[in-house]
Design a protein around this ligand. Structure first.
Ligand SMILES: Cc1ncc(COP(=O)(O)O)c(C=O)c1O
Length: 305
């Protein structure tokens, strides 16, 4: 999907014109994937921008950086301020995506990045749906998700996403919309940029963190709201065959929100359209992100743009 350009990008403490937000070709991260990032959504309600779980995204950014031995040269509060400043400077009055990026910059060559500067950028730009709202047709990828003892999939490390790009492109070239990864033991893991849930006999299940998923903030949101709505939610190992036998399946993610999975490896999921539990969770999810649920209002940062 193409980027809708905004006016400014926050780079290392100041706003620069979108077209001037460039890096040197010898930037370490460009060669070796030594960078971490976040994806955050802002929802426009007609008068304010509502940014969902800002603090949690910034917290995960810092954890991801820590895994890569990167010391972010700002406090989490300063990064939150930078995000708000970027949204305001760009006067974004529509649904948007916010992309903080922390990367090893210019200065060293070779695989020890410790002496390369840690640089920080924040972009914010208009953004609509990432996946087809009505549902996606999936395949199980021939690529396995990165093993947890090979690279840290729970950290949002740029280099990890080569694995996702391979699976996504393979799925699309084979006529599907999205891929589902198995982990290196053959258990169901996640999508290329989404966590996965299935429903069996009315019980909601999602793979546990040991399978090498990203610990999704939307996943956490859905687990909490589903339990509150009275559903049983299990974090458990899921066999591939369960993908073909479940009544419902859906992805969760900041970009994907809650997207129904309507078929897997050419077998319809349920009747091949969005299932009743997925529909209910989706309705509730949008109430939560728009700040309409008192209990979760603290998850929503309102910004006057
Ligand atoms: C690999 C992967 N899994 C899951 C997710 C969902 O995470 P979140 O809900 O925090 O956006 C993402 C998106 O960030 C992702 O890239």
């Amino acid at each position: 999907m193409s980027i809708v350009e905004a006016k400014y990008i926050w780079m290392d403490g100041k706003l620069v014109e979108w077209s001037d937000a460039n890096v040197h070709v010898m930037t370490h991260a460009l060669h070796y994937g030594t960078a971490v990032f976040e994806g955050i959504r802002g929802y426009w309600d007609g008068s304010r921008l509502k940014v969902f779980r800002l603090k949690d995204h910034v917290r995960r950014l810092f954890y991801s950086a820590k895994v890569l031995y990167m010391q972010i040269p700002y406090s989490p509060e300063k990064v939150e301020e930078a995000i708000i400043e970027t949204v305001r400077a760009n006067q974004i009055r529509e649904n948007c995506y916010i992309r903080p990026l922390v990367y090893r910059g210019y200065g060293v060559i070779g695989l020890n990045p410790l002496k390369a500067p840690v640089r920080v950028a924040v972009a914010a730009f208009p953004f609509g749906k990432y996946l087809e709202e009505k549902g996606v047709r999936c395949c199980v990828s021939s690529w396995r998700r990165i093993a947890i003892d090979s690279q840290p999939p729970a950290a949002k490390v740029c280099g990890n996403y080569v694995n996702s790009c391979l699976a996504k492109v393979e799925a699309i070239l084979n006529g599907f919309d999205e891929a589902i990864f198995l982990d290196n033991h053959g258990y169901v893991c996640e999508g290329t940029g989404e966590n996965l849930f299935i429903v069996r006999d009315g019980v909601i299940a999602t793979p546990p963190t040991v399978t090498g998923i990203l610990e999704g903030i939307t996943r956490d949101t859905v687990i909490k709201i589903a339990k509150e709505m009275g559903f049983e939610v299990q974090e458990r190992l899921i066999a591939r065959s369960e993908l073909y036998m479940c009544e419902e399946a859906f992805f969760t993610g900041t970009a994907a929100e809650i997207t129904p999975i309507v078929s897997i490896d050419n077998r319809p999921v349920g009747d091949g359209s969005i299932g009743p539990i997925t529909r209910k969770l989706k309705t509730r999810y949008f109430e939560v992100v728009m700040g309409k649920v008192d209990k979760y209002k603290t998850w929503v940062t309102e910004i006057e743009v």
